[in-house]
Design a protein around this ligand. Structure first.
Ligand SMILES: NC(=O)N[C@@H](CC(=O)O)C(=O)O
Length: 443
């Protein structure tokens, strides 16, 4: 038995009067007045007066870069960034070197995540060998490995061949898993450098048209409903994709083959909720990301779709890059931006301050829905006695200024450098143990 933890004076979901949470052996054992003296003997106390408690965040889309690019992030530094950002589980994308397309690599990532012990690191398995889109990877072996992979993705690349995608959906269905698709029709994005629109035209950058995403999402929804499988759409970036998802999710049962068994879900990144292609005017590659920052109208449509539930959840697409891959000309720079430590604040700015979501809604899109989509039983659970103690404690009134150099990631490519953002993660509790408190990681 470990010593208990007493979290004093929190407001679960920002509702009602402050209560005390008593946590023992990874479980919430009592709330408020229920705490007895016996519960509290030898307890560590976290003074959480004025803080909002939410279920720990779950990120379905994190690039931890290990193995292969440990100069930009490691499982240890990425886990630290996750804990400081309020996350208790992250899904590590498969585009590592070597690619996580086999049991050896996914077990390595899983084991290393457990050794670090700050957050549940769940490896994503590649859909195809080497992310090449040609031959299915060993999905079953990865699912049956110690890592128990259930989320499969070629993220960074689209599974563009419709027959390969169909087979992937069929196999993952048999394994109880889900395909997370990076929706990008490659023939429509050859040489693409920026959202196809006025800004790209003015800057002379080759356009990445919205339809390259929307056409793949439409096709994949039809395929998933034809075979009755689960499809998750990564980083939705356009208003048109939100329309396609709304249509697909609302189709009457029975119009497609095995529609009743199909489940479609989708994520949006914090940066697509807040930032637009107007940021490209100075050609600063920190703003280069895939899919690209879109128009203001797109961002507004994404915020509405997230509030409505057409887009299920927020995922960071945390993508650390080395300085030399960002401090260069636009066309040579790698796409991607940091996200783990700024996600909550950007969601508060775009969704809470605008009145689109309350704290219950934040819990839904950052904790509950991602945990459900990935099938994680211990995360995204209600804050109640008997439930696992995976929690985040948030100061809703704080303001802080983002400094890339102060973030826990090895890389510094945050697009929010110097920006003042609302709300701060003060504490994270992972299986009953504080992993972050007041800006510091606790091992
Ligand atoms: N989202 C990004 O801009 N970058 C991702 C992969 C990718 O989707 O290109 C990365 O791994 O860096």
């Amino acid at each position: 038995m470990t010593s208990p933890l007493l979290i004093k004076g929190v407001r679960p979901y920002g509702e009602g009067a402050p209560v005390d949470l008593v946590v023992r052996d990874g479980v919430i054992v009592a709330i408020g007045a229920e705490a007895s003296a016996a519960d509290l003997a030898g307890a560590e106390v976290l003074d959480a007066g004025g803080l909002v408690a939410l279920p720990g965040f779950v990120d379905l889309h994190t690039h931890l870069r290990e193995p292969g690019r440990e100069d930009t992030e490691t499982i240890a530094t990425g886990s630290a960034a996750a804990a400081l950002g309020g996350y208790t589980a992250v899904f590590a994308m498969a585009n590592t070197d070597p690619v996580a397309d086999n049991a050896v690599v996914v077990e390595h990532v899983w084991r290393r995540g457990r050794e670090v012990g700050l957050v549940d690191v769940r490896p994503v398995g590649a859909v195809t060998v080497g992310l090449k889109g040609e031959k299915l990877a060993e999905l079953g072996t990865m699912a049956r490995s110690l890592a128990g992979v259930r989320v499969f993705s070629d993220d960074g690349h689209c599974v563009f061949d419709p027959l390969v995608m169909r087979r992937a959906l069929e196999y993952t269905k048999a394994l109880g898993g889900v395909v997370a698709q990076h929706a990008e029709e490659p023939r429509l994005t050859v040489g693409a450098q920026a959202h196809e629109g006025e800004v790209a035209a003015r800057l002379g950058l080759t356009g990445w048209p919205a339809v390259a995403e929307e056409s793949i999402v439409a096709r994949d929804c039809l395929l998933a409903q034809h075979v009755g499988a689960r499809l998750h759409v990564c980083h939705v970036s356009t208003a048109g994709t939100a329309d396609v998802l709304r249509w697909a999710k609302n189709r009457p049962a029975g119009v497609a083959g095995r529609m009743a068994e199909a489940v479609i879900s989708a994520e949006v990144t914090p940066h697509h909720l807040l930032l637009t292609d107007e940021r490209l005017n100075g050609y600063d590659p920190v703003n280069k990301v895939n899919p690209p920052l879109r128009s203001g109208g797109d961002a507004e449509a994404l915020r509405r779709a997230l509030a409505e539930g057409v887009i299920d959840c927020v995922a960071t697409d945390h993508a650390p890059h080395a300085a030399q891959d960002k401090d260069c000309e636009w066309s040579a720079a790698r796409p991607g931006m940091l996200g783990l430590q700024t996600a909550l604040s950007v969601v508060v700015r775009t969704m809470v301050e605008t009145g689109l979501l309350d704290w219950r809604g934040v819990a839904r899109v950052m904790s509950e829905r991602p945990a459900e989509i990935a099938g994680l039983p211990d995360h995204g659970r209600p804050i109640a006695a008997g439930e696992p103690a995976n929690l985040v404690l948030v100061d809703p009134d704080a303001r802080w200024t983002v400094r890339g150099a102060e973030l826990a990631s090895l890389a510094t490519n945050t697009p929010y450098e110097g920006m003042e953002l609302p709300a701060r993660v003060v504490g994270t509790v992972f299986h009953g143990r504080p992993t972050a408190w007041d800006g510091k990681v606790r091992h």
